[in-house]
Design a protein around this ligand. Sequence first.
Ligand SMILES: NC(=O)c1ccc[n+]([C@@H]2O[C@H](COP(=O)([O-])OP(=O)(O)OC[C@H]3O[C@@H](n4cnc5c(N)ncnc54)[C@H](O)[C@@H]3O)[C@@H](O)[C@H]2O)c1
Ligand SMILES: [Zn+2]
Length: 343
Amino acid sequence: MQTFHISGGTGQSKLLIGQRLEALPEHVPEERLIILTDERVSGLYSSRFPRAPVITVGRGEEAKTLDTAGWLYKRLLELEADRGTYLLGIGGGVVCDLTGFVASTYLRGLDFAFAATTLLAQVDASVGGKNGVNLDGYKNMVGLFSQPELVLCDLGLLPTLSGEDIGCGLAEIVKHGAIADPDLFAFLEDNAQGALQLDPAVMERLVADSVLIKSGIVNLDERESGQRRKLNFGHTFGHAVEKTTSAPHGEAVSQGMALAGLLSVRRGLLAESELQRLLSLLWKLRLPTGIDAPVEEMLQALSKDKKRQGESIRFVLLQSIGEAVVESIPLREIRQAALEMLA
Ligand SMILES: NC(=O)c1ccc[n+]([C@@H]2O[C@H](COP(=O)([O-])OP(=O)(O)OC[C@H]3O[C@@H](n4cnc5c(N)ncnc54)[C@H](O)[C@@H]3O)[C@@H](O)[C@H]2O)c1
Ligand SMILES: [Zn+2]
């Protein structure tokens, strides 16, 4: 078990990595606690929740809307929630984002906590203080920055995740190592099998290091400009893959990281041998390294990206494993690299 305290511009959070759900009552108030979760997490784990009223939302991205938030405000009113109420979200990134958003806006702000139950939520969504909901199909259109008091990551919940959901978390861990931590990257190279099998000791290190990397970057730059951009490694192109195919987030980001790696080599920033390390780690983690999406459609989607500047787009590249740089890349260079990487 590892405990960290991280501070962001909008508050302090305590992080418990490798702690079980059963420990929650030691860390959250017994009185005036309300739990928010989704149908699947409730079906699997509600017998292990602290004793408190539970509000259950539907599953997945479709549930992360302003309508759901409105519905949640009404449930809170019915439960007579007041400024002293403490909201605990138990679930993946969707439940964490909804909990943070609703808690921060209901009565201008309640204290809140997350028990992150997906690998993606443990290594990414629960850290950094961003929350929000989708609007008319546009992701994370409405939201704010505010820190949970507590984030608990029970690694024993991971084995019930689907392979796709595990891949989503693993892709973000590769990203963290690639942009900021050569030791984490090397540890994952040595322990790829253990990671795929969700070995608790391996996962504890991967989750703890990821959380420290993300919170470190976010603390330097909570409102996103220089440093925080590096967290977009693999994501600019990954979002274009997601828009044009049905690839899950982890597979899309994996393709995006492979492309960014190739562009880094083509620009003379990254050694070919380092690119091979990146590709072979993704491959060992059963994540795709070839591009499997319509290139012209993807470039169309990319050219609508908010990071575009004229015919170029701001892209996160690697200088070495563990060191990222942001560069402006012409769309034709991206096309060329994408065509080379067609699966
Ligand atoms: N706030 C941030 O900084 C940030 C960062 C990254 C992602 N996100 C958001 O996170 C969301 C994606 O998160 P996610 O991938 O966790 O999705 P999710 O919350 O939809 O969870 C994926 C699926 O796994 C199920 N699930 C959750 N825990 C489980 C468990 N232990 N066992 C079995 N099934 C379980 C859920 O019910 C859901 O069906 C997106 O909405 C994204 O925008 C936010
Ligand atoms: Zn991501």
